[in-house]
Design a protein around this ligand. Structure first.
Ligand code: G1P
Length: 291
């Protein structure tokens, strides 16, 4: 599996004014912008071609993954060689592609924009506003790849158990069992509590066979008047395709950077885990609490 798609076209309105002129995916969590963690996560599982589905105001993402020769030269000339290590990701052997979702018609429509890029092979979709695990160290996509192959799937989705009040924010699965890998019997986009089949929420990572594109083309607007990726997955299930879920494990919390509450939490946790500054930050916070 060498292709991955990162949808980043959303407006980020829940993070205004921070996102007025910069993409939410470029907000830093600890030392790095969110989207850099995601690219590093994908490269670790063998992805070498990454397509960003972008929109207006997202060009700083392209700049971030470009090589900044002037910066490199300036660091060399001023003897700041140690900072060059921070730009190591410039040298990853990965090819970046960008295309614009020209109408904001929802996540399903965004993924559909990737069809000619993907071709005939399975591919990963990683949502650009969610990190999995502290310092994004999760290997859930590798486990999903294994599940995809072992069970000959059309789709494999990562799931996390969420508290009841969060159920209406996510796609929710009806699982066939309680194993780590499970068959998905049904999936509902952002259900009300009383129609939710479980508390297992889609956790921003998917693997699809290209059959998803055919389902997306046949998917009518759903929640919010948008073409929902979840509805296309539901269609695949109804048509008898094998759709599996993989559970995040206890150490793989999903950080959804879609709102300030979760963004602040993610930033704090990542900063507290920082090798150099984590310990002193912990002392500082303890001091605030005591004061
Ligand atoms: C999207 C999906 C939803 C999923 C969520 C997080 O929602 O539609 O099914 O649970 O991402 O992975 P959004 O956060 O874009 O509203």
């Amino acid at each position: 599996m060498k292709h991955a798609v990162i949808p980043v076209a959303g407006l980020g309105t829940r993070l205004l004014p921070a996102t007025k002129s910069q993409p939410k995916e470029m907000l830093p969590v600890g030392r790095k912008p969110i989207v850099q963690y995601i690219v590093e996560e994908l490269i670790r599982v063998g992805i070498s071609e990454i397509l960003f589905i972008t929109g207006p105001g997202k060009t700083s993402i392209e700049n971030h993954f470009d090589i900044n020769h002037e910066l490199v030269q300036s660091l060399r000339e001023t003897g700041k060689e140690e900072l060059l290590a921070e730009l190591e990701f410039d040298r990853f052997h990965v090819q970046y592609y960008y295309t614009r979702q020209r109408q904001l018609r929802g996540l399903g429509h965004a993924v559909l924009c990737a069809s000619s890029f993907v071709g005939s092979e399975p591919f990963v979709v990683a949502l650009g506003d969610s990190l999995i695990g502290l310092n994004a160290q999760s290997d859930v996509v590798r486990r999903m790849q294994r599940c995809f192959d072992d069970h000959v799937c059309t789709a494999v989705i990562a799931f996390e158990e969420v508290p009841e009040h969060e159920i209406p924010q996510y796609g929710i699965a009806q699982p066939a069992g309680d194993e780590e890998f499970f068959k998905v019997l049904d999936i509902i986009e952002k259900p009300e509590l009383d129609e939710a089949p479980s508390n297992l929420a889609v956790a921003a990572r998917y693997i699809f066979s290209p059959r998803i594109f055919d389902a997306l083309e046949r998917t009518r607007p759903g929640k919010g008047g948008e073409i929902q990726l979840t509805d296309a997955i539901k269609l695949l299930i109804e048509e008898g395709e094998n759709v599996y879920g993989v559970r995040l494990n206890g150490s793989e919390h999903r950080y959804d950077i879609g709102n300030f509450e979760s963004y602040f939490r993610a930033f704090t946790e990542f900063a507290l885990a920082d090798e150099k500054y984590g310990a002193s930050l912990r002392e500082y916070i303890a001091g605030l609490n005591g004061g």
